[in-house]
Ligand binder design. Structure first.
Ligand code: C2O
Ligand code: CU
Ligand code: CU
Length: 479
């Protein structure tokens, strides 16, 4: 079966909103798609990996003429790709060479909060550094690293602080997927920007409390990119790295493609699509098969009518691998009888966004729950203003599974592990929450301006041996 629709409520898509900025590709020659370099470990043993990561300023040639002032992680823009292996202990030496405080948030890693997780309680000051250590215990997935200094996350991500992170394991490595990084396995970070005078970005000038958008698509930090296809099959690790934009993806000729993974791991079954919508911070790994094309052809990836990437087809060897119908088993847990349904309500738009009727407070714990217990959470979007909008709900510190959307089955590609779930206006999405590591973690809307605007709350996840453990939580003053 090949699905041909986007599933989401058409009326709630980005475009309905007064602040929507349509995209247009500037009239410049096509540029080769940037592929982030791999971050090399400083040292690697059988059990441990050591890395240094630097948040830094840089300059990037994005348009003809002046270079754009950009920020990145160990790179001028975005960041190097970090490859982590399940089971290993990771040592990160985090340095800040920016003129302001930042944090290093591992979006999608199930590691302790609030320090290792890198939310707003783990500042690294200018010229400062922080050493953290964590163990990877989760399946192969595409996750990411981004800045998270509340309430400046949106600004710093806009300036470029976002990098791909690939988790590998022994299950994924045995599946017949393309995995030659940069050749047939590439990240695709979807972002949009507004270029002002001299090709510079000006976040404050473009500010919109419902999320900053720009008219120019930027893919892996490339404007108007092409990619040379030299294999029949290509694996794209798509990340919506935009502050606010939703993307409605489809290829020329309505070429069908296969989704093999969602946010935090391989899907139980591959899902075939011609259209795919993604909201902020979600990841979708897809495999595209170019067998019906020949050298010289071009296949275009679009969002609505805007071309995002031109895939230039070259000579390739035939590839007859087929995917099994079943890819992986997703662990399932019955909700604990002593953990009744927990409700989370997202409401408002613009400056009025809230979770459970409250704005975020750094020192307030909004909910507590023990590790290794399973609970159903009902996440709703009240749609109480101007026809409402989709809010992508994200939780730190775990991967959850989707039980239902308004009592019905989740979308076909929502049967795997996720950490972001887009909730339509007037919808209740039920998810299964089970933390395995303790700590204080944030949960929030991932329209980053909503998160910064207070649509965020905190959970303390405790080990039953230490239910009242005290954490040092920053506040806006001590920052
Ligand atoms: Cu992408 Cu608080 O996270
Ligand atoms: Cu996160
Ligand atoms: Cu929101």
């Amino acid at each position: 079966k090949v699905y041909t629709d986007y599933f989401y409520n058409e009326s709630a898509f980005n475009t309905h909103d007064g602040g929507y900025i349509p995209m247009e590709v500037p009239d410049i020659p096509q540029q080769q798609l940037r592929i982030p370099e791999l971050l090399h470990p400083d040292k690697e043993t059988d059990t441990d990996m050591y890395y240094t990561l630097t948040a830094q300023e840089g300059e990037t040639q994005l348009l003809p003429g002046a270079k754009t002032k950009t920020w990145g992680f160990s790179a001028p823009l975005l960041g190097k790709t970090i490859v982590l292996k399940n089971g290993k202990t990771i040592h990160m030496h985090l340095q800040n060479h920016l003129p302001e405080m930042t944090t290093f948030h591992w979006h999608g890693l199930n590691i302790p909060g609030p320090i290792e997780d890198g939310g707003c309680h783990a500042p690294v000051y200018p010229d400062g550094h922080r050493d953290i250590k964590f163990k990877i215990h989760q399946p192969a997935a595409t996750v990411w690293l981004h800045a998270h200094p509340c309430p400046e996350t949106a600004y710093q991500v806009w300036r470029g602080l976002a990098a791909p992170v690939i988790v590998q394991d022994d299950v994924e490595s045995k599946l017949p997927f393309p995995r030659d990084y940069g050749v047939d396995d590439i990240p695709l970070i979807l972002q949009d920007r507004h270029f002002h005078e001299n090709n510079q970005w000006d976040y404050r000038a473009d500010y919109d409390p419902d999320g900053v958008q720009g008219p120019t698509p930027m893919i892996n930090g490339t404007v108007n990119p092409y990619f040379d296809v030299t294999t029949q099959k290509l694996r794209l690790r798509i990340l919506d790295g935009a502050n606010r934009r939703e993307w409605r993806l489809h290829f020329s000729d309505d070429l069908a493609f296969t989704q093999i993974a969602s946010d935090d791991g391989i899907l139980p079954e591959p899902v075939h699509f011609t259209h795919l919508m993604t909201t902020c911070a979600e990841r979708h790994e897809i495999i595209v098969d170019f067998s019906n094309y020949k050298p010289g052809d071009e296949v275009i990836l679009y969002s609505d009518d805007t071309p995002l990437v031109h895939f230039r087809i070259h000579e390739f060897a035939p590839d007859n691998t087929t995917l099994p119908d079943h890819l992986v088993d997703i662990p399932d847990y019955e909700p604990d009888p002593d953990m009744p349904l927990h409700k989370v309500v997202m409401s408002g738009m613009d400056e009025w966004v809230m979770i459970d009727g409250k704005k975020f407070s750094m020192q307030r714990i909004d909910y507590k729950m023990p590790i290794n217990k399973t609970q159903l959470w009902d996440i709703s979007n009240t749609n109480d203003m101007n026809g409402g909008m989709i809010h992508p709900f994200h939780m730190h510190g775990l991967a959850f599974t989707i039980v239902s959307r308004n009592g019905k089955a989740p979308y076909p590609n929502e049967h795997g592990l996720k950490d972001v779930i887009a909730v339509n206006p007037d919808e209740h999405v039920v998810i299964k929450v089970r933390f395995t590591v303790p700590g204080v973690f944030m949960y929030h809307c991932h329209i980053i301006e909503h998160e910064d605007g207070g649509m965020m709350a905190q959970i303390q996840v405790y080990d039953p041996k230490e239910p009242d453990k005290k954490y040092d939580l920053m506040d806006h003053e001590t920052l």
